[in-house]
Design a protein around this ligand. Structure first.
Ligand SMILES: Cc1cc2nc3c(=O)[nH]c(=O)nc-3n(C[C@H](O)[C@H](O)[C@H](O)COP(=O)(O)O)c2cc1C
Length: 175
């Protein structure tokens, strides 16, 4: 893939919130996780973990925790990306809290792009009640849920979203 194909690949992804009912193949799940595990992390500590949720009752409960977002129920696979504070804080102390969140976020981003490479569709879900999610999937105290990533096969074509001009993000030398 050359650089223009890479940009085309990235620009061709967009969030999809309707999925058909089919399950993901086991080999696709393995590919997604293999891709996520190539993500960079602070000190290569990989201070992220993921809970794969496919059980319909748990998906329904997580959909409730995500304030009723229906795609959290209809997606066949949910990847709850978590920051593992202990893994990062054991080396970096308080700074490790931020590193663990960054590690989990980058791993989640890789997962999203890996799904796109498989021509699956996805949606990053950040709006949820953390305590509810924690209880539903039994997270220990040192682990924080960062995102629920919904992945499945699209039930409708993806609609591409626009972006603000890059110049609005960019500051030269100083803010
Ligand atoms: C931190 C974060 C939180 C998000 N939370 C939600 C969410 O709770 N529900 C949802 O449907 N989409 C959510 N999204 C998806 C965004 O709405 C979407 O990425 C954005 O509108 C850009 O569209 P695109 O993904 O199609 O490019 C979230 C995305 C990010 C990065």
């Amino acid at each position: 893939m050359d650089s223009s194909e890479f940009l085309e690949f990235l620009a061709g992804r967009s969030s999809v919130r309707e999925y058909d009912a089919s399950e993901l193949h086991e080999r696709d799940l393995v590919f997604l996780l293999d891709c996520a595990s190539t993500a960079p992390s602070a000190g290569n500590l990989e201070a992220w973990d993921v809970v794969l949720v496919r059980d319909p009752e748990l998906r329904e409960a997580l959909s409730g925790a995500a304030f009723g977002q229906s795609h959290v129920l209809s997606a066949p696979a949910l990847f709850v990306l978590c920051a593992n504070y202990v893994r990062s804080m054991s080396r970096y102390g308080e700074r490790g809290i931020l590193y663990a969140v960054q590690d989990a976020t980058i791993a989640g981003t890789y997962l999203l792009l890996a799904a796109h490479a498989l021509r699956l569709v996805s949606c990053w879900v950040g709006a949820f009640d953390e305590e509810e999610v924690r209880n539903i999937i039994g997270l220990p105290n040192h682990v924080r849920p960062v995102a629920i990533i919904c992945i499945g096969k699209g039930a409708q074509p993806a609609e591409l979203t626009g972006r603000m001009p890059v110049s609005e993000h960019l500051h030269y030398e100083e803010w």
